[in-house]
Design a binder for this molecule. Structure first.
Ligand code: PMV
Length: 307
């Protein structure tokens, strides 16, 4: 049994989503593969799992409710802490294959259980990553239902609605700063900022407004406006303290050849998402500065069983 799961990029609303504001994310065509086969004992890549390295897989196995022992093989080219949702991709892939083995494959259940796994391992999380890579395409995650939600997720009395948005058939460039930010620490950093500054919550609400405003432009494929909102969202993320010298440098360097660019994910390094105007020029600039990048398109399928 093999699952293929995309990675994700947050277009708008990271961090603000932790405070109940909407976030918009898309699944991207970078994939992890998870293969599960029956085994005499519980193994990861043929060896007993290491709690330090395999926390998500161990938790996913526990929470899947599968009784049989299995060997779980992971193939992922996504680097951890890059802001592309590598842990969510592997978690969703693992849950998907284990549920398929149980004969209970449903995207709603995969999204819910995978969120439980991330929550249990990280202690704090929103369902953005796990829901996006399960559903595929563009999604909005918010506390108020938008359109007709594909599923709802509840945790500790908080309810999130996950809805699909129209696909924007568009290439993006994701540049990796090479600096690893810790999502947990950055979420804490924003919390400290918001608690200490009277205008902290205004910034959070402002980001939420940008997410809502972007829906119209995404639907109209108005690249100028989408780029403008990405730039504005990035300024607000910088005020919240999740910017980094390296990501700011990348964003500045591609400014003249892109509609917009911003940090994607938790920040503190990590990745930058660029909406290119002149793709060749952006690539040339990144290559000259030896910045690793991916050309990505939206993945429309989300998690799939390929065998
Ligand atoms: O680091 P990532 O890509 O998993 O993004 C985290 C997004 C946050 O909004 C900062 C946290 C969350 O759980 O939503």
């Amino acid at each position: 049994m093999i699952s293929r799961t995309p990675a994700k990029a947050i277009l708008f609303g990271e961090h603000a989503v932790v405070y109940g504001e909407p976030a918009i994310a898309m699944a991207i065509d970078l994939y992890s593969h998870v293969e599960v086969s029956k085994s005499e004992e519980f193994l990861v890549d043929g060896s007993p799992p290491e709690p330090r390295y395999h926390s998500y897989i161990i938790k996913a196995y526990e929470m899947s409710g599968l009784k049989e022992k299995v060997n779980i093989k992971i193939r992922s080219h996504l680097s951890a802490s890059s802001g592309l949702g590598s842990s969510a991709s592997v978690t969703v892939g693992t849950i998907s294959t284990l549920f398929a083995l149980k004969g209970e494959w449903s995207k709603t259940e995969i999204a819910k259980t995978s969120f439980d796994v991330e929550y249990a391992v990280q202690g704090r999380a929103s369902p953005v990553d796990t829901s996006t890579v399960t559903a595929g395409g563009f999604v909005i995650v918010s506390r108020e239902s938008y359109g007709k939600p594909i599923w709802e997720i509840e945790k500790n009395g908080i309810k999130w609605y996950v809805s699909s948005l129209k696909n924007l058939n568009q290439e993006f460039i994701i540049a990796n700063s090479g600096v690893r930010g810790s999502t947990g620490n950055l979420v804490q950093k924003v919390y400290n900022f918001v608690s200490k500054n009277s205008f902290g919550m205004d910034i959070i609400r402002e980001i939420g407004k940008i997410s809502m405003e972007s829906i119209k432009y995404l639907e109209e494929r108005n690249l100028e406006k989408i780029g403008e909102l990405m730039n504005r969202n990035n300024k607000l993320l910088t005020i919240l303290g999740v910017g980094h010298e390296k990501t700011s440098k990348i964003i500045d360097s591609v400014k003249d050849f892109s509609y917009g660019a911003k940090i994607t994910g938790a920040g503190g390094g990590g990745s930058v998402i660029i909406l290119p105007k002149n793709e060749e020029k952006v690539k040339e600039i990144l290559e000259r500065s030896k910045i690793k990048y991916y050309l990505v398109r939206p993945d429309l399928n989300g998690v799939v069983l390929i065998n």
